[in-house]
Design a protein around this ligand. Structure first.
Ligand code: C2O
Length: 630
C-alpha cells in the first residue's frame, strides 16, 4: 500500500513537472581575463566569466528561454558566444558566429543572446571568434528533458568534460601555426589533457545506481579515448539525439562531440576505479618529449580507500558510432535535391603558410556578416555569389534534402560540424578508402542504413570519406566546418544559406546587435554584399580574399628549404641560398608579417602586442593585473 501510494505521488509529480511553465534563465556575463593553472604546471591567463573559471555550466529545461547579457571586459580581444548544437530554428541571429550571424563583440561592447531552447540533450557553449575558445571560453550547456525516454532507468546525472590544454595563448600560437616557418601546417600540440577542467578529480558515486553520465569534449584539437576501468555503459544520446541503448566500453570522442551514457555502478564498494581520458596522439605531427596524453579522474565508491592506478590499454578499439540507431526511428531522407561535394586538402598559399581548402576554396570572412547580407540583398539573396567567393556559400531551398559528400584527401583525422542541424550520417569510409564512389551505391556494394545515426559532429578518417544528409528546414546562415580550431583558423569552413527569402520575412535583428557592429573599430558594415557593396549586389570588387596561390611548382618542401636557407642566412653560413631558393619574392616575405596581423584582425584579435609574453599577460594591462590581484 505504502509503495503504491508513493508510486502514485511520484507519477503525479512527473505529471506536474510536464505542465510546469517554461522558465526564463537570465545570465549577466562579464567576459574577462583571470589567471589559472588547471594542469598544475603553469599559471596562465584564461578567459573567464564574472571572474570565474571554469566558466558556469548552464542548465535549462526544454522549452525554457535563455537570456545571456554579454559584456566584453577582455580589454584586448573581441568575442562572441555560440551555443554548440542548438538548432536556433527561428533565431539564426543568436547563433554567435562572428561575421556569419553577428559582428564580433568588441572590447567594452555588449550583446544580448535571447532564445528559446526547444531540444533536449548535452551541448556546450563557446566563443566563435576564430581561435579563441581554447583560451578558456567554453563550458557545458545541458538541456534537461522531463520526457527523456530513458528517464525510468536514471537515478542521477553526472557530467564529465574533456579538453586539451595549452600553456601559451592562442594569438601567438596561431601566428606561429599560420606562418612561412610552418609550411607543412603542423598544428601546435597541447601540453596536457583535462577532465572537468582539472586532473585527478574524485567523483563520488553510490553503489547499485544508474547515472546518466554526460560527456563533452571541449577540446581545441585532440580527440580523446574515454573509458572507466571495470565498467561498461550504455550509450543513449549522441550530440543531443537519443539513440537506442547500445553497450560500449571505450569511446572515441572528437573535439565538440558529446555522448550521454547510462552508467550502472557496482553492488560492492570495496574499490575505486579510474575514469580515463587519453588524447589521440595520431593527430599530433610530432610528440613532444614527456607529453602525458592522459587525464585521470576517479569513480569513488569509498573515499577512505586508495585511488587506483589506471590500467594500461595496449590498443584502442573504440565503439563505432555508425552502429547507433535513433530512438525516434527517423528514416533515411531520400532524393536529395542538392549534392555538395567537398574535397578536403591542405596547401600553401603565396605567403608560404599552410591553409585548408574545401574543393579549392579556403574560407575568408566577408566584410558584412552573411546573415546581414541575406537580409539586405532582396531577391539577390538567393544568389550565392553575393556572400563572397571565400565564404564558399551554397543557397538552399526551404525544406529540401541536401547531401554532403566529403572526401578527405588529407592524411589527418577531422571532426566535421554543421550548425543548425543534426545530420544523418549514412556512410563513413575506412582509413585510406579514398574518395566516395557513387557507383558503390548504385551497384549495391554499399547499402545505406534505413534509420541512420544523427549527430552534429562526425569524424572522417584519414584519406576516407563521409556521406551525410540533412533537411533544410531551418532558415538561416549555417557554417559547416572542421572543429579542430587550428583548421578553423586555416580556413576549413564553408556555409549554407538556407531559405534566405523566408529569413527576410521572419527575422528582425535587435538594435544591440547593430550597435555591436558600430562598436568595432573600424565599424563593421551591416548592409550590402560580402564586399559591403549596397548598390550592385553582384559586384564583389573589394571583397576579402586569401593570399594568391604559390608560384606554380613551388611545394611545401621548397618552402622548408627556403626557411632553412633563411635560418642558415641568419647565422651567416649560406646567404647565397636565400637567392637560390628565392622563388618567393622579397615582397611576399615582407607581406608575411603583415598577413599574420591581418588574419588576427579577421579573427577579432584587436591588439596582440603582449599576448605572447609569459607572465606579462595579455594586452589589456589593467584588466589583467586586476584579474591577477583577485
Ligand atoms: Cu562548436 Cu562552429 O562550432
Amino acid at each position: 500500500m505504502a509503495l503504491s501510494l508513493s508510486n502514485f505521488l511520484v507519477s503525479s509529480i512527473i505529471l506536474l513537472t510536464a505542465f510546469v511553465a517554461a522558465e526564463t534563465h537570465t545570465y549577466d556575463f562579464s567576459i574577462g581575463w583571470v589567471i589559472r593553472n588547471p594542469d598544475g604546471q603553469k599559471d596562465r591567463p584564461v578567459i573567464g566569466i564574472n571572474g570565474e573559471w571554469p566558466i558556469p555550466k548552464i542548465d535549462v529545461t526544454i522549452g525554457d528561454r535563455l537570456i545571456v547579457n554579454v559584456k566584453n571586459d577582455l580589454g584586448n580581444e573581441s568575442t562572441s558566444l555560440h551555443w554548440h548544437g542548438l538548432y536556433q530554428n527561428g533565431t539564426n541571429h543568436m547563433d554567435g558566429v562572428a561575421q556569419g550571424t553577428q559582428c564580433q563583440i568588441a572590447p567594452g561592447a555588449s550583446f544580448t543572446y535571447s532564445f528559446t531552447v526547444d531540444q533536449p540533450g548535452t551541448y556546450w557553449y563557446h566563443s566563435h571568434v576564430g581561435g579563441q575558445y581554447p583560451d578558456g571560453l567554453r563550458g557545458p550547456l545541458i538541456v534537461h528533458d522531463p520526457e527523456n525516454p530513458y528517464a525510468d532507468l536514471i537515478d542521477e546525472e553526472l557530467i564529465v568534460t574533456l579538453s586539451d590544454w595549452y600553456h601559451e595563448q592562442m594569438p601567438p600560437l596561431i601566428a606561429k601555426f599560420l606562418s612561412v616557418s610552418n609550411p607543412t601546417g603542423a598544428e601546435p600540440v597541447p601540453q596536457s589533457a583535462l577532465m572537468n577542467d582539472t586532473q585527478g578529480l574524485q567523483i563520488p558515486v553510490e553503489p547499485n545506481k544508474t547515472y546518466f553520465l554526460r560527456i563533452v569534449n571541449m577540446a581545441a584539437f585532440a580527440a580523446q579515448y574515454f573509458w572507466i576501468d571495470g565498467h561498461t555503459f550504455r550509450i543513449i544520446e549522441v550530440d543531443g539525439v537519443y539513440h537506442e541503448p547500445t553497450e560500449a566500453s571505450l569511446l572515441y570522442i572528437t573535439a565538440a562531440q558529446r555522448y550521454g551514457v547510462l552508467l550502472t555502478t557496482k553492488n560492492e564498494t570495496d574499490a575505486n576505479f579510474a575514469i580515463m581520458g587519453s588524447m589521440d596522439q595520431d593527430l599530433f605531427d610530432q610528440i613532444p618529449d614527456g607529453l602525458n596524453p592522459n587525464v585521470t579522474s576517479y569513480l569513488v565508491y569509498d573515499a577512505s580507500l586508495p585511488m587506483p592506478e589506471p590500467s594500461e590499454i595496449e590498443e584502442f578499439d573504440p565503439f563505432d558510432d555508425m552502429e547507433l540507431v535513433p530512438t525516434d526511428g527517423e528514416e533515411l531522407y531520400t532524393d536529395p535535391s542538392l549534392i555538395v561535394q567537398l574535397d578536403v586538402l591542405m596547401d600553401n598559399l603565396g605567403d608560404g603558410a599552410n591553409y585548408a581548402f574545401f574543393s579549392g576554396i579556403t574560407y575568408v570572412a566577408p566584410k558584412v556578416p552573411s546573415l546581414y547580407t541575406a537580409l539586405t540583398a532582396g531577391e539577390f539573396a538567393t544568389n550565392a555569389s553575393v556572400y563572397g567567393t571565400n565564404t564558399h556559400s551554397f543557397v538552399l531551398e526551404h525544406n529540401s534534402v541536401v547531401e554532403i559528400v566529403l572526401n578527405n584527401q588529407d592524411p589527418g583525422k577531422h571532426p566535421f560540424h554543421l550548425h543548425g542541424h543534426a545530420f544523418q550520417t549514412i556512410l563513413r569510409g575506412e582509413e585510406e578508402s579514398g574518395d566516395f564512389d557513387p557507383e558503390s551505391v548504385t551497384n549495391g556494394s554499399v547499402v545505406y542504413p534505413t534509420k541512420p545515426m544523427r549527430r552534429d559532429v562526425i569524424l572522417v578518417r584519414p584519406n576516407g570519406h563521409l556521406v551525410m544528409r540533412f533537411r533544410a528546414d531551418n532558415p538561416g546562415v549555417w557554417l559547416f566546418h572542421c572543429h579542430i580550431e587550428w583548421h578553423v583558423d586555416s580556413g576549413l569552413i564553408m556555409q549554407f544559406v538556407e531559405a534566405p527569402l523566408v529569413l527576410q520575412e521572419t527575422l528582425t535583428i535587435p538594435e544591440d546587435h547593430f550597435a555591436a557592429c558600430a562598436a568595432v573599430s573600424p565599424p563593421v558594415p551591416t548592409i550590402g554584399n560580402a564586399a559591403a557593396n549596397t548598390k550592385d549586389y553582384l559586384d564583389l570588387t573589394g571583397q576579402n580574399l586569401p593570399h594568391a596561390p604559390l608560384p606554380s611548382g613551388f611545394t611545401a618542401r621548397g618552402i622548408v628549404a627556403l626557411v632553412f636557407s633563411i635560418i642558415a642566412g641568419l647565422v651567416g653560413v649560406a646567404v647565397i641560398a636565400w637567392y637560390g631558393m628565392g622563388e618567393m619574392s622579397q615582397l611576399e616575405k615582407e607581406k608575411q608579417v603583415d598577413h599574420v596581423q591581418h588574419v588576427a584582425a579577421d579573427r577579432g584579435v584587436v591588439s596582440r602586442t603582449n599576448t605572447a609574453a609569459e607572465g606579462d599577460v595579455a594586452g589589456g594591462g589593467d584588466v589583467i593585473s586586476e584579474a591577477r590581484a583577485k
